[in-house]
Write a protein that binds this ligand. Structure first.
Ligand SMILES: Cc1cc2nc3c(=O)[nH]c(=O)nc-3n(C[C@H](O)[C@H](O)[C@H](O)COP(=O)(O)O)c2cc1C
Length: 181
């Protein structure tokens, strides 16, 4: 099973990257094939295609689903994340997407609600379960990593269980009943 993790924040010294890296590491631990796809903060910006060894298009083409990690900015998600999402279309179709939010009090939940609408337009299937990291800066140690990752593991299990279920069911669905308009 292949489930890339897409993460975007424009801020130098961005904090929610720890959350994205945590989720990515947990996927690898479970034997899931997964690329970590991100563009760099604004001042150190290079096109995604040059930064990543494999083009985003071919990663998503062969993916069985996607996890989007979104920090919340003014009740929305960063424009940079939208830019990365908008770079593709059919590669997303009829695959599940799970969301991880990070922020202040909201834990990124409002950014995630907006992303649900966007991903439906790309014919992705947004799953109900999600992971939220409120006051994300307080959850990190001096190295910028999660201080207590074990606190989040039970929620992560529930989230991944649902995502993997959809990934398998929709893969079978795409193979058995290819969609045509
Ligand atoms: C300009 C700005 C606006 C923000 N707006 C919100 C918000 O509406 N809701 C929220 O929960 N957190 C908000 N935050 C907190 C961010 O989600 C938090 O700082 C998070 O670490 C940002 O992700 P990043 O550090 O990975 O870029 C805001 C932060 C900034 C700098």
């Amino acid at each position: 099973m292949r489930i890339p993790v897409l993460y975007g924040s424009m801020r130098e010294g961005r904090k929610s990257e720890a959350v994205a890296k945590f989720v990515h590491a947990e996927l690898l631990k479970r034997g899931i094939e997964s690329e970590y796809v991100t563009s760099e903060p604004y001042r150190d910006r290079e096109p995604l295609e040059r930064k990543h060894p494999e083009p985003w298009k071919s990663i998503m083409e062969s993916a069985d689903g996607l996890i989007v990690v979104a920090p919340e900015y003014n009740h929305g998600y960063p424009g940079q994340l939208k830019e990365m999402i908008d770079a593709l279309t059919i590669e997303y179709n009829y695959k599940p997407v799970g969301f991880v939010g990070a922020g202040g009090y909201s834990g990124g939940s409002r950014a995630v609600e907006q992303l649900r609408q966007v991903m439906i337009e790309l014919r992705m299937v947004p799953i109900r379960e999600a992971l939220y990291f409120p006051m994300v800066w307080e959850l990190l140690n001096d190295k910028g990593e999660l201080k207590n990752p074990e606190l989040f593991l039970p929620r992560l299990e529930t989230f991944l269980k649902e995502l993997f279920w959809y990934a398998e069911a929709l893969k079978e669905g795409r193979e058995k009943h290819p969609w045509s308009k």
